[in-house]
Design a protein around this ligand. Structure first.
Ligand SMILES: *Cc1c(COP(=O)(O)O)cnc(C)c1O
Length: 494
């Protein structure tokens, strides 16, 4: 039987995995979500010696069950290859009192690579399956990380083109250069004179512009989305939880069956939700610890069962977690209210209209799986320093948020179960913050900080930043925020 993905807002909107990947978001505004779980044989005597690709095959074939074995092999082998700087793909590092799962060894040195390396192959495979003849055009607005990771994933993938818009003055020098030096004949990067909201708003408008859609169709083109509401981004994230557990068994640090906690630095709630799904297929997960920065809307939600986005947005040193509306939380809400689409829709309507909602009859067993906390800016910097002093290992600010929240959790609860800190970015992506936390030096430029980080960490420069300062800038287009569509049409020749 084929696994059903149902919209969180309409019980009648049910599709298969490949259809969900092609559609991205459900037309009713909901998210496609599994309503039952596949049976997966998690035999850790075997899995402890499996490669990352083999673990991926086991998990992906269960969740994406309308893909053939050959199709999945093609996707996996093209995604998890030497774009990653280690054959392990996601190494598990043992530190004092914790394990760090490094999800930043891919081409853009942030964890988005784990899913965005494979999503393009899922999409083109699904398109072929469904006889779609159009070329897929990925349209993305980015505040820095997602755009680069999506481009790295889609670069030179046959049958796709990708266009990324970013705010000219809203990204760091490293982030800008990462994007403007992007190679690949099918990639197009455009800076706009405007902020991220301007870019995001016009991208959404273009998605829904019927006239533009027809124009594209006449040229055998269609838009699609690579954002984290696509189930094709969520499912590949389940893999590394199973993988991490297998590494603990392999190291002899746990017995198969023993419970392990995961602490996840959380923004849109995609990463931690994947851990929840790993638990549903039988991974022995203890607590899922949801870590936030000063934008602690999720900490409050787990404490009060009220989600309230009416609060000031704070700019922090962990920008990928600066979020007030956590879009994937909708999937957990759906599960918390017993997979009831009508109830979920009502709650999401309340969020849109009143800026808040409260859960009444939430599933207590699901809630009990989660713990939540947040780390302030000072606590995050202090945690980078503590981990460095104790281990000579440098965490990026997102990972440090998780690490700090875990430490506080362990002290409060006395929970001694082995705990994995899900490490979502390389410190090389945020060198100024990392160096300042460790050395106390402030006012460094990105490139000065990169050099110092190299000296104090002894970790080799990742390809993502090596040579970045002198790499040829290939994308120089700057347009007014009002001219984004013209830029799209001109690039696509429609
Ligand atoms: C996107 C991102 C996060 C947040 O992940 P979610 O799945 O959105 O919760 C955390 N850290 C880094 C570095 C990220 O890029």
């Amino acid at each position: 039987m084929t696994l059903v993905y149902q919209s969180t807002r309409d019980a009648n909107n049910k599709v298969t995995a490949s259809q969900a990947i092609l559609q991205g978001l459900a037309a009713d505004g909901g998210l496609f979500t599994p309503v039952s779980y596949p049976t997966v044989d998690l035999d850790f005597d075997v899995l402890k010696d499996a490669s990352y690709q083999e673990v991926a095959k086991l998990v992906l074939s269960a969740f994406l069950d309308d893909f053939t074995a050959e199709e999945l092999d093609y996707c996996i082998n093209n995604a998890y290859d030497n774009k990653f700087d280690t054959p392990e793909i996601a190494p598990l590092v043992k530190l004092k009192g914790q394990y760090n799962l490094e999800l930043f060894r891919g081409s853009t040195i942030a964890f988005k690579d784990m899913a965005l390396s494979i999503l393009p192959y899922f999409m083109t495979t699904a398109a072929k399956k469904h006889g779609l003849e159009n070329e897929i055009v990925i349209l993305t607005a980015t505040s820095g990380d997602t755009g680069k990771a999506a481009m790295a994933g889609f670069a030179d993938v046959p049958g796709t083109k990708i266009i990324v818009f970013y705010p000219r003055d809203g990204v760091s020098k490293v982030q800008e250069l990462q994007m403007t030096t992007q190679t690949g004949a099918n990639t197009h990067v455009v800076a706009i004179d405007g902020n991220f909201d301007d870019a995001q708003t016009d991208v959404k408008r273009m998605f829904n512009d019927a006239a533009l859609r027809e124009k594209l169709a006449a040229h055998k083109l269609q838009f699609s989305s690579a954002n984290s509401m696509n189930i094709g981004r969520l499912v590949p994230q389940i893999v590394y939880y199973v993988w991490a557990y297998a590494q603990l068994v392999k190291a002899g640090d746990i017995e198969a069956g023993q419970e392990v906690n995961f602490t996840v630095p959380t923004g849109n709630f995609g990463n931690i939700l994947a851990a929840y799904y790993a638990k549903q297929i039988g991974l022995p997960v203890g607590k899922l610890i949801c870590a936030s920065n000063d934008n602690n809307v999720l900490t409050d939600f787990f404490a009060t069962k009220t989600y309230d986005k009416k609060r000031a947005f704070k700019v922090t040193t962990s920008p990928s977690m600066d979020i007030l509306v956590s879009s994937n939380l909708e999937r957990l809400i759906f599960h918390l209210v017993g997979n009831d689409a009508q109830k979920t829709k009502n709650l999401m309507d309340q969020l849109a209209e009143k800026g808040q909602y409260s859960l009444e009859d939430a599933d207590a067993a699901i809630l009990d799986l989660f713990a939540a906390g947040f780390a302030t800016e000072a606590e995050t910097a202090a945690e980078i320093k503590r981990v460095y002093d104790e281990n000579a290992y440098i965490e990026d600010p997102h990972t440090a948020v998780a690490s700090a929240v875990y430490k506080a959790y362990a002290e409060q609860t006395g929970d001694l179960r082995p705990t994995v800190i899900v490490s979502t970015a390389s410190p090389y992506k945020f060198p100024v913050v990392a160096v300042e936390a460790v050395t106390g030096k402030s006012g460094l430029s990105d490139f000065e900080a990169l050099e110092q980080l190299h000296e104090i960490s002894g970790v080799a420069y990742p390809k993502a930043v090596d040579g970045l300062e002198t790499a040829p800038v290939l994308h120089k287009t700057v347009v007014a925020a009002t001219d984004m569509q013209a830029a799209v049409e001109s690039y696509l020749g429609v």
